[in-house]
Design a protein around this ligand. Structure first.
Ligand code: PEP
Ligand code: MN
Length: 351
Protein backbone atom coordinates (compact mmCIF):
# COMPACT_ATOMS: atom_id res chain seq x y z
CA UNK A 1 0.00 0.00 0.00
CA UNK A 2 1.31 3.41 -0.91
CA UNK A 3 1.75 5.51 2.22
CA UNK A 4 0.08 8.88 1.94
CA UNK A 5 1.97 11.75 3.55
CA UNK A 6 0.37 14.10 6.05
CA UNK A 7 1.23 17.10 3.88
CA UNK A 8 -0.44 15.50 0.85
CA UNK A 9 -3.62 15.13 2.88
CA UNK A 10 -3.39 18.81 3.72
CA UNK A 11 -3.53 19.67 0.04
CA UNK A 12 -7.27 19.12 0.46
CA UNK A 13 -8.24 22.63 1.40
CA UNK A 14 -10.27 22.18 3.55
CA UNK A 15 -9.78 18.57 4.59
CA UNK A 16 -13.17 16.84 4.70
CA UNK A 17 -13.58 13.54 6.54
CA UNK A 18 -16.92 11.85 7.11
CA UNK A 19 -18.28 8.49 8.14
CA UNK A 20 -20.20 6.76 10.90
CA UNK A 21 -19.19 6.80 14.55
CA UNK A 22 -18.54 3.07 14.20
CA UNK A 23 -18.42 0.42 11.53
CA UNK A 24 -21.42 -1.71 12.45
CA UNK A 25 -21.82 -4.15 9.58
CA UNK A 26 -20.80 -4.78 6.01
CA UNK A 27 -24.09 -3.38 4.73
CA UNK A 28 -23.95 -0.25 6.89
CA UNK A 29 -20.39 0.75 5.97
CA UNK A 30 -20.98 0.01 2.28
CA UNK A 31 -24.09 2.17 2.25
CA UNK A 32 -22.32 4.99 4.09
CA UNK A 33 -19.25 4.79 1.83
CA UNK A 34 -21.36 4.71 -1.36
CA UNK A 35 -23.27 7.84 -0.39
CA UNK A 36 -20.23 9.75 0.86
CA UNK A 37 -18.11 8.97 -2.17
CA UNK A 38 -20.94 10.03 -4.46
CA UNK A 39 -20.86 13.50 -2.92
CA UNK A 40 -17.08 13.77 -3.34
CA UNK A 41 -15.79 12.72 0.09
CA UNK A 42 -12.35 11.14 -0.30
CA UNK A 43 -11.52 10.20 3.29
CA UNK A 44 -13.78 8.05 5.45
CA UNK A 45 -13.73 7.62 9.19
CA UNK A 46 -14.23 3.89 9.82
CA UNK A 47 -13.83 3.04 13.51
CA UNK A 48 -13.54 -0.64 14.41
CA UNK A 49 -12.54 -0.26 18.06
CA UNK A 50 -14.68 2.03 20.21
CA UNK A 51 -13.55 3.27 23.63
CA UNK A 52 -16.91 3.51 25.46
CA UNK A 53 -17.82 4.76 28.91
CA UNK A 54 -20.16 1.84 29.60
CA UNK A 55 -18.71 -1.68 29.17
CA UNK A 56 -22.18 -3.00 28.37
CA UNK A 57 -22.51 -0.68 25.36
CA UNK A 58 -21.47 -1.51 21.78
CA UNK A 59 -17.67 -1.81 21.72
CA UNK A 60 -17.10 -1.89 17.96
CA UNK A 61 -16.75 -4.92 15.69
CA UNK A 62 -12.96 -4.94 15.97
CA UNK A 63 -10.74 -6.97 13.68
CA UNK A 64 -13.73 -8.65 12.05
CA UNK A 65 -14.40 -5.36 10.26
CA UNK A 66 -11.01 -5.09 8.54
CA UNK A 67 -12.26 -7.03 5.51
CA UNK A 68 -15.18 -4.60 5.09
CA UNK A 69 -12.75 -1.71 5.09
CA UNK A 70 -10.58 -3.38 2.49
CA UNK A 71 -13.68 -3.97 0.40
CA UNK A 72 -14.82 -0.32 0.42
CA UNK A 73 -11.27 0.92 -0.02
CA UNK A 74 -10.89 -1.07 -3.24
CA UNK A 75 -14.44 -0.53 -4.45
CA UNK A 76 -14.54 3.25 -3.93
CA UNK A 77 -10.87 4.21 -4.03
CA UNK A 78 -11.12 6.11 -0.75
CA UNK A 79 -8.67 6.74 2.06
CA UNK A 80 -9.53 5.00 5.31
CA UNK A 81 -9.00 6.62 8.72
CA UNK A 82 -9.38 4.37 11.73
CA UNK A 83 -8.92 4.71 15.47
CA UNK A 84 -6.20 2.70 17.20
CA UNK A 85 -6.85 1.89 20.84
CA UNK A 86 -4.01 -0.57 21.36
CA UNK A 87 -0.52 -0.77 19.89
CA UNK A 88 -1.15 -4.27 18.47
CA UNK A 89 -3.72 -2.77 16.12
CA UNK A 90 -1.08 -0.68 14.35
CA UNK A 91 0.42 -3.62 12.46
CA UNK A 92 -2.98 -5.24 11.98
CA UNK A 93 -4.34 -2.23 10.11
CA UNK A 94 -1.38 -2.06 7.73
CA UNK A 95 -2.48 -2.28 4.11
CA UNK A 96 -5.99 -1.13 5.03
CA UNK A 97 -5.90 2.07 7.07
CA UNK A 98 -4.22 5.05 5.40
CA UNK A 99 -4.63 7.32 8.41
CA UNK A 100 -4.42 6.28 12.05
CA UNK A 101 -6.29 8.03 14.76
CA UNK A 102 -5.89 8.55 18.49
CA UNK A 103 -9.11 9.22 20.38
CA UNK A 104 -9.50 11.83 23.09
CA UNK A 105 -9.26 9.30 25.89
CA UNK A 106 -5.92 8.00 24.61
CA UNK A 107 -4.25 11.32 23.93
CA UNK A 108 -1.77 10.74 26.72
CA UNK A 109 -1.42 6.97 26.34
CA UNK A 110 2.30 7.42 25.89
CA UNK A 111 3.14 3.81 25.06
CA UNK A 112 0.56 3.93 22.28
CA UNK A 113 1.96 7.25 21.05
CA UNK A 114 5.52 5.87 21.07
CA UNK A 115 4.40 2.83 19.09
CA UNK A 116 2.70 5.12 16.58
CA UNK A 117 5.98 7.01 16.36
CA UNK A 118 7.48 3.92 14.70
CA UNK A 119 4.81 3.83 11.97
CA UNK A 120 4.92 6.00 8.86
CA UNK A 121 1.24 6.80 8.33
CA UNK A 122 -0.32 10.17 9.20
CA UNK A 123 -2.06 10.32 12.57
CA UNK A 124 -5.08 12.34 13.67
CA UNK A 125 -4.53 13.20 17.32
CA UNK A 126 -7.65 14.23 19.18
CA UNK A 127 -7.38 16.59 22.11
CA UNK A 128 -8.00 15.00 25.50
CA UNK A 129 -11.19 15.95 27.32
CA UNK A 130 -9.42 18.32 29.71
CA UNK A 131 -5.97 18.57 28.15
CA UNK A 132 -4.04 21.80 27.86
CA UNK A 133 -2.54 22.87 24.54
CA UNK A 134 0.97 22.12 25.82
CA UNK A 135 -0.09 18.57 26.72
CA UNK A 136 -1.63 18.16 23.27
CA UNK A 137 1.49 19.44 21.52
CA UNK A 138 3.69 17.28 23.76
CA UNK A 139 1.64 14.21 22.80
CA UNK A 140 2.06 15.03 19.10
CA UNK A 141 5.85 15.02 19.53
CA UNK A 142 5.79 11.39 20.71
CA UNK A 143 4.33 10.45 17.32
CA UNK A 144 6.37 12.97 15.31
CA UNK A 145 4.80 16.39 14.74
CA UNK A 146 5.25 16.27 10.98
CA UNK A 147 2.95 13.23 10.75
CA UNK A 148 0.23 14.61 13.00
CA UNK A 149 -3.00 16.46 12.31
CA UNK A 150 -4.53 17.75 15.53
CA UNK A 151 -8.27 17.45 16.05
CA UNK A 152 -10.17 19.77 18.38
CA UNK A 153 -13.18 17.75 19.49
CA UNK A 154 -14.43 19.87 22.35
CA UNK A 155 -13.24 20.04 25.93
CA UNK A 156 -14.96 20.05 29.31
CA UNK A 157 -15.61 23.52 30.66
CA UNK A 158 -18.16 25.08 33.00
CA UNK A 159 -20.41 25.50 29.97
CA UNK A 160 -22.55 22.39 29.87
CA UNK A 161 -25.27 23.30 27.39
CA UNK A 162 -23.83 20.84 24.89
CA UNK A 163 -21.74 17.70 25.26
CA UNK A 164 -18.42 19.60 25.13
CA UNK A 165 -17.21 23.12 24.28
CA UNK A 166 -15.28 23.74 21.08
CA UNK A 167 -12.15 25.58 22.15
CA UNK A 168 -11.62 28.07 19.34
CA UNK A 169 -8.92 29.83 21.38
CA UNK A 170 -7.01 26.57 21.69
CA UNK A 171 -7.42 25.88 18.00
CA UNK A 172 -5.80 29.23 17.16
CA UNK A 173 -2.93 28.73 19.60
CA UNK A 174 -2.20 25.19 18.35
CA UNK A 175 -2.35 26.32 14.75
CA UNK A 176 -0.48 29.61 14.88
CA UNK A 177 1.78 29.45 17.92
CA UNK A 178 2.72 25.82 17.34
CA UNK A 179 2.38 25.78 13.57
CA UNK A 180 0.27 22.62 13.51
CA UNK A 181 -2.62 21.71 11.23
CA UNK A 182 -5.87 21.50 13.21
CA UNK A 183 -9.19 20.05 12.13
CA UNK A 184 -12.39 20.13 14.16
CA UNK A 185 -14.89 17.48 15.13
CA UNK A 186 -18.21 19.27 15.54
CA UNK A 187 -20.05 15.97 16.17
CA UNK A 188 -18.51 15.09 19.52
CA UNK A 189 -18.41 18.75 20.53
CA UNK A 190 -22.15 19.13 20.02
CA UNK A 191 -23.47 15.71 20.97
CA UNK A 192 -26.59 16.62 18.98
CA UNK A 193 -27.07 16.46 15.25
CA UNK A 194 -28.94 19.76 14.82
CA UNK A 195 -25.95 21.79 16.12
CA UNK A 196 -23.25 20.00 14.14
CA UNK A 197 -23.46 22.23 11.02
CA UNK A 198 -23.16 25.49 13.00
CA UNK A 199 -20.13 24.32 14.94
CA UNK A 200 -18.52 23.18 11.70
CA UNK A 201 -19.03 26.64 10.19
CA UNK A 202 -17.69 28.40 13.30
CA UNK A 203 -14.56 26.26 13.42
CA UNK A 204 -13.78 26.73 9.75
CA UNK A 205 -14.38 30.49 9.93
CA UNK A 206 -11.97 30.67 12.87
CA UNK A 207 -9.10 28.88 11.15
CA UNK A 208 -9.59 25.11 11.20
CA UNK A 209 -7.94 23.23 8.32
CA UNK A 210 -10.84 20.82 7.96
CA UNK A 211 -13.66 18.92 9.55
CA UNK A 212 -14.34 15.36 10.60
CA UNK A 213 -18.03 14.63 10.95
CA UNK A 214 -20.04 11.59 12.01
CA UNK A 215 -22.34 10.66 9.15
CA UNK A 216 -24.65 7.63 9.27
CA UNK A 217 -27.11 6.46 6.62
CA UNK A 218 -29.73 6.00 9.37
CA UNK A 219 -28.60 7.93 12.46
CA UNK A 220 -31.58 6.87 14.57
CA UNK A 221 -30.47 3.24 14.21
CA UNK A 222 -26.79 3.86 15.03
CA UNK A 223 -25.25 1.59 17.65
CA UNK A 224 -23.19 4.44 19.13
CA UNK A 225 -23.56 8.24 19.23
CA UNK A 226 -27.00 8.08 17.59
CA UNK A 227 -28.01 11.57 18.73
CA UNK A 228 -25.14 13.39 17.02
CA UNK A 229 -24.75 11.62 13.68
CA UNK A 230 -26.05 13.48 10.65
CA UNK A 231 -27.37 12.03 7.41
CA UNK A 232 -25.37 12.09 4.16
CA UNK A 233 -27.91 14.59 2.79
CA UNK A 234 -27.24 17.08 5.61
CA UNK A 235 -23.49 16.48 5.28
CA UNK A 236 -23.66 17.45 1.62
CA UNK A 237 -25.07 20.85 2.59
CA UNK A 238 -22.46 21.21 5.36
CA UNK A 239 -19.61 20.51 2.93
CA UNK A 240 -20.83 23.10 0.47
CA UNK A 241 -21.08 25.83 3.15
CA UNK A 242 -17.78 24.81 4.74
CA UNK A 243 -16.08 25.15 1.34
CA UNK A 244 -17.64 28.60 0.87
CA UNK A 245 -16.57 29.80 4.33
CA UNK A 246 -13.06 28.43 3.84
CA UNK A 247 -12.73 30.36 0.57
CA UNK A 248 -14.00 33.54 2.17
CA UNK A 249 -11.47 33.15 4.96
CA UNK A 250 -8.66 33.27 2.41
CA UNK A 251 -9.84 36.33 0.60
CA UNK A 252 -8.39 39.80 0.65
CA UNK A 253 -8.43 41.76 3.89
CA UNK A 254 -9.74 38.83 5.86
CA UNK A 255 -6.58 36.97 4.90
CA UNK A 256 -4.46 39.87 6.08
CA UNK A 257 -5.79 39.75 9.63
CA UNK A 258 -5.73 36.00 9.54
CA UNK A 259 -2.04 35.89 8.75
CA UNK A 260 -1.54 38.59 11.38
CA UNK A 261 -2.52 36.11 14.09
CA UNK A 262 0.85 34.48 13.58
CA UNK A 263 2.83 37.23 15.23
CA UNK A 264 5.03 35.66 17.83
CA UNK A 265 6.60 38.66 19.45
CA UNK A 266 8.71 37.88 22.49
CA UNK A 267 9.04 40.93 24.74
CA UNK A 268 12.63 41.97 25.40
CA UNK A 269 14.10 39.84 22.61
CA UNK A 270 15.65 41.38 19.52
CA UNK A 271 13.56 40.15 16.60
CA UNK A 272 15.30 38.03 13.98
CA UNK A 273 12.35 37.38 11.67
CA UNK A 274 9.77 39.50 9.91
CA UNK A 275 6.43 38.21 8.72
CA UNK A 276 5.31 39.89 5.49
CA UNK A 277 2.07 39.90 3.54
CA UNK A 278 2.61 40.47 -0.19
CA UNK A 279 -0.42 40.64 -2.49
CA UNK A 280 0.13 40.54 -6.25
CA UNK A 281 -1.73 40.59 -9.55
CA UNK A 282 -1.25 37.29 -11.34
CA UNK A 283 1.32 37.09 -14.12
CA UNK A 284 3.85 34.54 -15.27
CA UNK A 285 7.09 34.88 -13.29
CA UNK A 286 5.81 37.10 -10.48
CA UNK A 287 6.89 34.70 -7.74
CA UNK A 288 10.33 34.32 -9.31
CA UNK A 289 10.70 38.12 -9.44
CA UNK A 290 9.76 38.44 -5.78
CA UNK A 291 12.17 35.72 -4.73
CA UNK A 292 14.96 37.31 -6.76
CA UNK A 293 14.59 40.53 -4.76
CA UNK A 294 15.06 38.65 -1.49
CA UNK A 295 18.02 36.80 -2.89
CA UNK A 296 19.59 40.02 -4.29
CA UNK A 297 19.52 41.49 -0.79
CA UNK A 298 20.85 38.28 0.77
CA UNK A 299 17.72 37.62 2.80
CA UNK A 300 16.90 34.02 3.60
CA UNK A 301 13.25 33.01 3.75
CA UNK A 302 12.08 30.45 6.27
CA UNK A 303 8.49 30.29 5.06
CA UNK A 304 6.49 31.04 1.93
CA UNK A 305 2.78 30.30 1.67
CA UNK A 306 0.40 31.36 -1.05
CA UNK A 307 -3.30 32.04 -0.80
CA UNK A 308 -5.63 32.79 -3.70
CA UNK A 309 -7.78 35.93 -3.49
CA UNK A 310 -10.63 35.57 -5.89
CA UNK A 311 -11.88 39.15 -6.14
CA UNK A 312 -10.63 42.70 -5.88
CA UNK A 313 -7.33 44.28 -6.65
CA UNK A 314 -5.09 41.23 -6.22
CA UNK A 315 -5.09 37.61 -7.30
CA UNK A 316 -2.62 35.99 -4.94
CA UNK A 317 -1.15 36.77 -1.57
CA UNK A 318 2.07 35.42 -0.21
CA UNK A 319 2.89 35.15 3.42
CA UNK A 320 6.64 35.36 3.70
CA UNK A 321 8.80 34.89 6.76
CA UNK A 322 12.09 36.70 6.17
CA UNK A 323 15.12 35.97 8.34
CA UNK A 324 15.82 39.59 9.06
CA UNK A 325 14.26 42.15 11.38
CA UNK A 326 12.21 44.94 9.86
CA UNK A 327 14.72 47.70 10.66
CA UNK A 328 17.69 46.06 8.90
CA UNK A 329 18.68 48.19 5.88
CA UNK A 330 18.74 45.14 3.53
CA UNK A 331 15.06 44.40 4.28
CA UNK A 332 14.06 48.06 4.03
CA UNK A 333 15.77 48.23 0.61
CA UNK A 334 14.24 44.95 -0.55
CA UNK A 335 10.77 46.18 0.46
CA UNK A 336 11.24 49.39 -1.52
CA UNK A 337 11.86 47.28 -4.66
CA UNK A 338 9.05 44.85 -3.80
CA UNK A 339 6.63 47.81 -3.60
CA UNK A 340 6.88 48.05 -7.38
CA UNK A 341 5.98 44.39 -7.83
CA UNK A 342 3.16 44.08 -5.29
CA UNK A 343 -0.31 45.58 -4.96
CA UNK A 344 -0.17 45.45 -1.15
CA UNK A 345 2.76 45.01 1.21
CA UNK A 346 2.23 44.73 4.93
CA UNK A 347 4.64 43.97 7.73
CA UNK A 348 2.57 41.69 9.94
CA UNK A 349 5.05 41.44 12.75
CA UNK A 350 8.61 40.79 13.89
CA UNK A 351 9.72 38.15 16.32
C1 PEP B 1 -15.10 9.12 17.95
O1 PEP B 1 -14.45 9.74 17.11
O2 PEP B 1 -16.03 8.35 17.67
C2 PEP B 1 -14.79 9.35 19.37
C3 PEP B 1 -15.07 8.44 20.30
O3 PEP B 1 -14.27 10.54 19.61
P1 PEP B 1 -13.47 11.12 20.86
O4 PEP B 1 -12.26 10.29 21.00
O5 PEP B 1 -13.20 12.53 20.45
O6 PEP B 1 -14.41 11.04 22.06
MN1 MN C 1 -18.59 8.82 18.12
Amino acid sequence: MKIIKRDDLLKHKPLIIGGPCAVESRIQINEAAGKLVKMGVKILRCQLWKPRTDPDSFQGIGLAGLKFLLEIKNKYNVLIATEITDKDQIAKTQGVADILWVGARNMQNFELLKALGKDKRPVILKRGLISTIDEWIGASKYIGSDRVILCERGIRTGADSMRFTMDINGLLVAKYDHNMPVIIDPSHTAGRADMVPYLAYAGIAAGADGIVVEVHPQPEKALSDATQQITPEVFKEVISKVNAIYKLRHQKEFAITHFGAKEKVQPGKKPTKTLLFLAVSDRVGILKDILTVFSDYDINLSKLESQPGKQGSWDYAFEVEANSNASEPRLIQALSILKKLCVIIKILGEY
